[in-house]
Design a protein around this ligand. Structure first.
Ligand code: I24
Ligand code: DGL
Length: 271
């Protein structure tokens, strides 16, 4: 048993899609979350820079004494997971392996599609993870740089979103994978439109939700689950930009009132 918090970091607020799954699957666990909204989005940034930012966020969470670290951001997982896992002493979980595992389980035709940011797709991290286990599985990655801005402009249910999603996913029309990994924190919000575009015969894999199932399993494996029936868990949220905007989105998305959101200054200089 261990009642320390689980630490989560993301480039901004997108990782709250993962937090929502924690509240559902692991309501006893306390969360410390840090979102680097001041430097988001990470998707278009060079890998070396994302790696450096990821280390700053990791350092911050280690100072909070977290018992486990979850990299909720796909782009950060793609470039920084291996190094962070190697160098720190608590269990570290990214969002790429759990999504890959679930996709391998789901695919019938041995053909998996992956959508994500430019950084995630460029890294080839999903292909590597899938091929490590199953070299014969066909994997096609596609960067969808327009998807994050659609969500962040609150248009993710609009006809504009439908049009952009249809146009972007057109390459998958020809030789269609039967399983598609939503390899970005924001894509669960576009899920209905993505499903409609690809058709009902394609299984969508939510990498964040799969990750929380893995976190649950690892808490058991390391025997560090929290004790049950803890009252009024004080989750902590930190952002490198405006706490007010973070709070509004988090309140709306997580449906928990009076959230504790604090500003932090990781950033001595914007690079
Ligand atoms: N969704 C995300 N980011 C935003 C947004 C959004 N604005 C509206 N919605 N803004 O990510 C990023 C800008 N920063 C500035 C600094 O403070 C934080 C925000 C996806 C979040 C997924 C949980 C749309 C929106 C919303 C409420 C809930 C969900 C959602 F307003 F997608
Ligand atoms: N959190 C990022 C990811 O999952 C998406 C937003 C960004 O580009 O920062 O890849």
């Amino acid at each position: 048993m261990n009642n320390e918090a689980i630490g989560f970091f993301d480039s901004g607020v997108g990782g709250l899609t993962v937090v929502r799954e924690v509240l559902k699957q692991l309501p006893n666990e306390r969360i410390v979350y840090v979102g680097d909204s001041a430097r988001a989005p990470y998707g278009p940034r060079p890998a070396a820079q994302v790696k450096q930012f990821s280390w700053e966020l990791t350092q911050f969470l280690l100072e909070k004494n977290v018992k486990m670290l979850v990299i909720a951001c796909n782009t950060a997982t793609a470039v920084a997971l291996d190094e962070i896992k190697e160098k720190i002493d608590i269990p570290v979980v990214g969002v790429i392996l759990p999504g890959s595992r679930a996709a391998l389980k789901a695919t019938q035709k041995n053909y998996i599609g992956v959508i994500g940011t430019v950084g995630t797709i460029k890294s080839g991290a999903y292909e590597k993870a899938i091929h490590q286990k199953s070299p014969t599985t066909k994997v096609t990655g596609l960067a969808c740089p327009k998807f994050v801005p659609i969500v962040e402009s609150n248009e993710y249910q609009s006809s504009v979103a439908k049009k952009i999603v249809a146009e972007t996913l057109r390459p998958f029309k020809i030789n269609k994978p039967d399983t598609m990994i939503l390899g970005c924190t924001h894509y669960p919000l576009l899920r209905p439109i993505i499903q409609q575009t690809l058709g009902r015969d394609v299984t969508l894999i939510d990498s964040g939700a799969e990750t929380v199932s893995d976190v649950s399993m690892l808490l058991d494996y390391f025997e560090i689950s929290a004790t049950p029936d803890r009252k009024d868990l004080a989750h902590e949220f930190y952002t490198t930009s405006s706490p007010k905007m973070f709070e509004e989105i988090a309140n709306q998305w997580l449906g928990i009132g009076d959230l504790q959101v604090k500003h932090i200054d990781l950033v001595k200089q914007l690079v």
